[in-house]
Design a protein around this ligand. Structure first.
Ligand code: PMP
Length: 321
C-alpha cells in the first residue's frame, strides 16, 4: 500500500520561455541567489492540454481563466509581469506550438521575484516571468479510488499565506501534508482550515456527495478557487445534480455517500476511504463516475457544448469524423 498513488513526477522538456524569449529548457536557468528560490516569492499556474487524435488537435483547457488567476495572484504578491492575461495566453500557445506536442501535456507558467539579493520583502525587486511544459498522462490513477487521510497539518490561512493566490512558497504546506500522508501509506491528504473545517486536498479541491447533492467548501475556507471546481459545477448543473457551497465538518467525510478530488492535475479522482473508513460502499461512486466521464470528454473536445472551455493550439480545427 505504501507505494500507492506515488508518482515520480513529470519531466519538463523541449523549448521553454524565459527572459522574454524561447530557448531550450536546459538553457532556461536561474541564479541560486534568485529571490523566489530563497523566499518562495513566486506565483504559478498549472494548465493542461489534451491531444485529440480524431481532430488532430491539441486543446488547452480554460487557458485564459488560468492566466487571469495568475494575474490575480501577482496582485497579491506585488509582482508585475508587464503582460496581461491575453498576452500570456499567447506566449503559452506559441510555446506549445514550438514544442509540437501530439500528446497530453502540461503548461507551467511562473511569475516571480528575480533579484539576486538577500532581503525579505516584495518591494524594489526585479520581476520575471517564465513558462515550461511537460508531457503529462494521468497524474493519479483515476481508475481506482484513493485512500486519504485527514492531515495534522492545517491549511494556510488567508491571513498567513493566502491559498487563493497560487504562491510557490505556499506549497510547502501541501508538501508537508502529502509527504506525511504517503509515508503513512495513504495516497493523499485532506487539509482542514485553522478552525477545523474541511478545506481541500494537497493540490485539488474536494467535493462530497450527500443524498444526491454535491457539497464543496466555500471559497472563504482557505481553498484555491479551482478552475476544475468550476468545470465540475457546470457539469453537475448539466446532469441536474444540485451543488451547494458551504462549510464541511471533518466527520461529514466519514458519512458521505461519495467523495472526490478535482484539479487540473488529478482531473476527477474518486476517494474511496478516509482514515480507514470506506466512503459509501467503498466503491467508485456512480455520480463521481458520471461527472468524471463527462469532464474528461469535455476537455478532450468531444462534447460541443463545452468547446468554449478549450483553445485549439494548431491552426485549422477540422474534426475528421
Ligand atoms: N487546490 C490547490 C491547492 C491546487 O494546487 C490545485 C491545483 N492547481 C487545485 C486546488 C485545483 O485547481 P485547478 O482546478 O484550477 O487546477
Amino acid at each position: 500500500m505504501r507505494e500507492r498513488g506515488r508518482h515520480s513526477g513529470f519531466a519538463a522538456q523541449g523549448i521553454a520561455y524565459a527572459g522574454g524569449r524561447f530557448l531550450p529548457m536546459e538553457d532556461a536557468t536561474v541564479s541560486i541567489a534568485t529571490h523566489a528560490f530563497n523566499y518562495g516569492t513566486g506565483c504559478f499556474e498549472g494548465i493542461r492540454a489534451y491531444w485529440n487524435g480524431d481532430h488532430e488537435q491539441l486543446y488547452v483547457v480554460k487557458l485564459l481563466d488560468h492566466f487571469r488567476r495568475l494575474v490575480a495572484s501577482t496582485r497579491v504578491f506585488r509582482i508585475q509581469i508587464g503582460h496581461d492575461a491575453e498576452e500570456l495566453a499567447e506566449i503559452a500557445l506559441e510555446l506549445l506550438r514550438r514544442n509540437a506536442y501530439r500528446e497530453d501535456c502540461y503548461v507551467r507558467p511562473i511569475a516571480y521575484k528575480a533579484s539576486p539579493v538577500i532581503r525579505v520583502g516584495l518591494l524594489g525587486l526585479e520581476d520575471a516571468f517564465c513558462c515550461f511544459t511537460a508531457p503529462m498522462g494521468a497524474y493519479l490513477d483515476i481508475e481506482r479510488g484513493l485512500s486519504v487521510t485527514i492531515s495534522g497539518w492545517r491549511r494556510n490561512d488567508d491571513n498567513a499565506i493566502p491559498a487563493r493566490a497560487k504562491a510557490t512558497g505556499g506549497y510547502l504546506n501541501a508538501a508537508l501534508a502529502v509527504a506525511d500522508a504517503q509515508d503513512a501509506g495513504f495516497d493523499e491528504a485532506i487539509m482542514l482550515t485553522g478552525d477545523g473545517h474541511v478545506s481541500e486536498g494537497s493540490a485539488a479541491n474536494l467535493f462530497m456527495i450527500m443524498n444526491g447533492t454535491l457539497v464543496t467548501p466555500e471559497v472563504a475556507d482557505d481553498i484555491l478557487v479551482g478552475i476544475t471546481r468550476g468545470c465540475v459545477k457546470a457539469v453537475a448543473a448539466d446532469l441536474d445534480i444540485p451543488v451547494v457551497e458551504r462549510r464541511i465538518d471533518r466527520t461529514e467525510l466519514f458519512v458521505s455517500d461519495e467523495l472526490f478530488l478535482c484539479g487540473t492535475g488529478v482531473q476527477v479522482a474518486a476517494v474511496t476511504s478516509v482514515d480507514g473508513r470506506p466512503v459509501g460502499d467503498g466503491k467508485f461512486g456512480d455520480l463521481t463516475r458520471a461527472i468524471r466521464d463527462r469532464y474528461l470528454a469535455a476537455v478532450h473536445g468531444e462534447i460541443d457544448q463545452y468547446r468554449d472551455w478549450l483553445t485549439p493550439v494548431y491552426a485549422g480545427d477540422h474534426p475528421r469524423r
